[in-house]
Design a protein around this ligand. Structure first.
Ligand SMILES: [Zn+2]
Length: 196
């Protein structure tokens, strides 16, 4: 067993710590290291200052297909596949390195929001390994995008080339809500003036 040596165990703790810092759920840590559940719980509390979430894990493949998640998932998976082919790493090291590079890319974008969690990234890699998901090439931009396996994708067009109408509506909706908030604040101030 790798973790029976001091060096092996140190390596396991390092991997677990990196995953915890990235926000991984306990199940990911249990699958990707040989540390006991008790040690992982203790390590988690030391690193995060709180216990891990006990909620349901996000295991659906459909999430990766919806518009914004698909763009982020495809970005991550492109990096991950590149690393497997060219960087001589695999397994949890490829997951950690690809996720770190994904975060760098998102942070470089203006107003970049991290949409793909490390736990979802981990599931995505598993879905690929299980043959449930695959990459497809967009016929307009030649980019590679995450999609369900075993579907016909001859004329696939990605979500960047053809964003859904609701993507625009979402922005419009945010603007309306912001206006409403401003209006409410204004009204409240006006009311306060009156009662004074
Ligand atoms: Zn495209």
């Amino acid at each position: 067993m790798v973790n029976k040596t001091v060096l092996g165990e140190a390596q396991q703790v390092k991997i677990a710590t990196e995953l915890i810092q990235m926000g991984a759920r306990l199940q990911v840590l249990q699958e990707e290291t040989m540390l006991s559940r008790e040690r992982l719980l203790k390590l988690y509390k030391e690193v995060k200052g709180e216990s891990p979430s006990k909620g349901m894990l996000p295991y659906s493949t459909d999430w990766f297909i919806s518009w914004q998640p698909n763009i982020h998932s495809s970005l991550f998976m492109g990096i991950h596949q590149f690393l497997l082919k060219n960087a001589g790493i695999d397994g949890v090291q490829a997951l950690i390195t690809a996720y770190r590079l994904y975060l760098d890319q998102v942070h470089d974008l203006e107003g970049g929001e991290v949409v793909l969690s490390i736990t979802r990234a981990w599931f995505l890699v598993r879905f690929f390994n299980a043959g449930m998901m695959q990459m497809v090439t967009c016929r307009e931009c030649d980019g590679h995008f995450v999609t369900h396996a075993n579907e016909l994708h001859a004329n696939y067009i990605c979500g960047i080339c053809h964003p859904p109408a609701r993507a625009g509506k979402t922005n419009a909706k945010v603007r309306i809500e912001q206006n409403e908030e401003a209006y409410m604040a204004h009204s409240e101030a006006a009311l306060a003036d009156r009662t004074d």
